[in-house]
Design a protein around this ligand. Structure first.
Ligand code: ADP
Ligand code: MG
Length: 240
């Protein structure tokens, strides 16, 4: 009723936040300035995969971390130990053009033997090259070499879309990868769009929110909007 129903009975308009979101996001869909870099991490792989597929054609760089990266590594037959992967998208990522030069997977990783769901004490961690993760280890963050690679690419970008942390930011041991990325985005001077509950939380925690051009509060709807998927509430208001 509140999203589309009312538009059938009354002249309807977006509120200020809605309008701000649409303007902020449309700006990156104009592809005005290049290079455009898309950074994807976090947990909900299926919604991020949609964005990955959309921008594989249009972005200049795609940087991957989080569970989507784990899943793609495993799909390529690279050892990920006990790391969380997303089986639902495993087959689909196998079919992607993963050899595309613009697609950047982690080069190194921060791993631990501890299962973070049960571990409460200090965590012993290790930096290891991709392919060297042991059977009893979990990938919890990108490594420093990857951080440098990603930061360098981000520094040269003129437009940036970022959704999803690079690792398990809830534990301080696995914050550095996301912090590197966040600082690079904030320092880039690019038109930057950041969305996703945890990604935005990381920016606030680091005190970098003011250096981001557009912070989206639209969550999954942001991903859908940027992927040009229909959104009933947007369509009802006949916004482009
Ligand atoms: P956002 O809210 O920014 O869109 P998501 O909700 O998709 O991000 O994912 C955030 C979650 O992803 C965080 O809680 C983080 O712990 C988790 N995460 C990121 N990388 C990993 C990893 N390698 N293993 C397990 N969980 C991860
Ligand atoms: Mg989230």
């Amino acid at each position: 009723a509140s999203i589309i129903g009312i538009t059938k009975f009354l002249p309807s308009y977006p509120g200020f936040l809605f309008e701000h979101e649409v303007e902020g996001l449309l700006r990156v869909l104009e592809f005005k300035t290049r290079p455009l870099t898309v950074i994807l991490g976090g947990a909900k792989s299926s919604s991020k995969l949609l964005l990955l597929k959309t921008f594989l054609k249009r972005a200049d760089n795609i940087l991957l971390g989080g569970i989507l990266a784990n899943t793609i590594l495993q799909a390529q037959g690279i050892a990920v130990g006990r790391s969380r992967v997303d089986d639902e998208v495993m087959q689909e990522v196998k079919d992607l053009l993963l050899t595309d030069k613009k697609l950047h997977l982690p080069l190194d990783l921060k791993v631990a033997r501890a299962d973070l769901l049960t571990e409460t004490g200090p965590i012993e961690t290790r930096i290891c090259a991709v392919g060297k993760v042991k059977d009893d280890e979990y990938i919890y963050d990108i490594g420093p070499e990857t951080g440098t690679l990603f930061a360098n690419i981000i520094a040269e970008s003129k437009e940036i879309i970022w959704n999803g942390p690079m690792g398990v930011i809830e534990k301080k041991e696995f914050m550095p990868g996301t912090e590197r990325v966040a600082r690079a985005v904030a320092d880039s001077g690019a038109y930057s769009v950041v969305g996703g509950g945890e990604s935005v939380m990381a920016l606030h925690k680091l005190g970098l929110s003011n250096n981001i051009s557009h912070i989206s509060t639209a969550g999954g709807a942001m991903l859908q909007f940027l992927s040009r998927e229909p959104l009933p509430g947007v369509e009802a208001l006949q916004i482009p």
